[in-house]
Write a new protein. Sequence first.
Length: 147
Amino acid sequence: MAERQNFFEAVLIIVLKDNQVLLQKRKNTGWMDGWYDVPSGHVERGETILNAAVREVDEETGLKAAPDDLELIHISQADTDKVYTYFIFKVRRWEGRPNLREPDMAEELGFHPLNHLPDKIPPYTKSGLDNLNSSAVTFSYFGADKF
């Protein structure tokens, strides 16, 4: 019988403005520090992925969105030291002005042109960004050799 795995869920939130995406540079997280990523975080026990996405984008950037403002565009599975499923959402509507609200975990926050992204973007995030205009939810898988 195959060994059962523990699975972890995370949400990633793509915020767009004028053909640019909101990215933050990670620090002190223990995972891909120094890399750029969209606002993201773990799904807490008893929380839906939609509510987690709304909470995380607010906690990290101060932007307000409602669950109905989110569109699931990509699901990615990463099998590294832990098995993660990433639910990647595009925010259709949001309010506020983004500001760095977790300076202990990110050192920069700003919009970057989609056609000129930083080199260091996690592969699961890049897959979501590559599928922004897909007419259906897309999927990707990354093993430990991709990190």
